[in-house]
Design a protein. Sequence first.
Length: 366
Amino acid sequence: MVGMSLIDVLVIDDDLGDLKLIRRLLAGRPEGANVYEAKSYEEALSFSDMVPDVVLLDYLMPDLTGLEMLKRLKEKWPGAAYILMTGHGDEEIAKSAIQLGASDYISKRSLNQNALFRMLDTGIALTQMQAKIDLQRQELETFAHMLVHDFKAPIRGVSFLAEQIKEGLENGDMADVQVSLGLLNRSTRQMSELIESLAMLTRVDSDEPFCEAYLGELVDRAIMANERDISLSGAQVRTTDVGASAVCSAPQVAQLLQNLIANAIKYRGEEKPDIVVSAQSVAKGLRVTVSDNGQGIPSEFRDRIFEPFRRINGRNSAQGTGLGLATCRKIALRHGGTIWCEPNVPSGTSFHFSLDAGEPGARPQA
């Protein structure tokens, strides 16, 4: 819930007195707030390692107006809530701020602790709701894409094979019928995998409470789910420092790990897969890494592979639905984290995902 957790707030204002006032007001927030201060747009950009939950920005600044900053900062931190402040109330400025994506607007003369806390909670809630709406819109587009594109080939194949089987039966050519039946089974499996992958993607939205789970147990679940492919490929899955616990949806995080391990096996190199799952504590939660010695991912694809139906041409003959890593990204986002990948030396890839520290019983983020 919005008002039940520590938040990061970036305050952009060149007035030292106003900065001091806002710092004092935020210090009274019961759940706490990490406050970052910037006196200009350029100084705000220096916080490259921090993703704010809320950005409070003054309208009158020496380098850019608050509206100009709002437009640019929305591109850098699209998931933040933005609140514009001015020395004097102005309906036109307020209207422009809302149109550019601000969640609220306030005159500094009206700024007090109750008003500030209300704007923080409302702004974060509205931003999360908008993110959920945007995600659902994207999923509708994904579903339409699957129906139009990914089902077209297997359905056409099933129709053709049915005709082949019919001709084979009429001609008494049972050997040809057996071959066509085998191909028909493969086509139906392909459609079944597409449906299951899409169902898995949408199930991430289930509004189940988080609870404390031990990472080592979730890794064991993921390994067990991949046991057949691990055995057939001769893969080795090792763990390092996975004794930590996390407040999360255990089935979803286990699914995330399962997808990453399966991906490492599917896109293995010439050597047997060597997969290492490790974890480390970070400022706001846990960072988990799944490393492999596989084919690696070209730099131009490292961001795009988390998009639905994104496949890399030429990565051996491995078949997939293009939804596994998209599901991983969605799970990480629902846990207040993110996911990314980096190359290993001399070969392979390391997938990292972060999990925000939550409270037992909390609901997933939008």
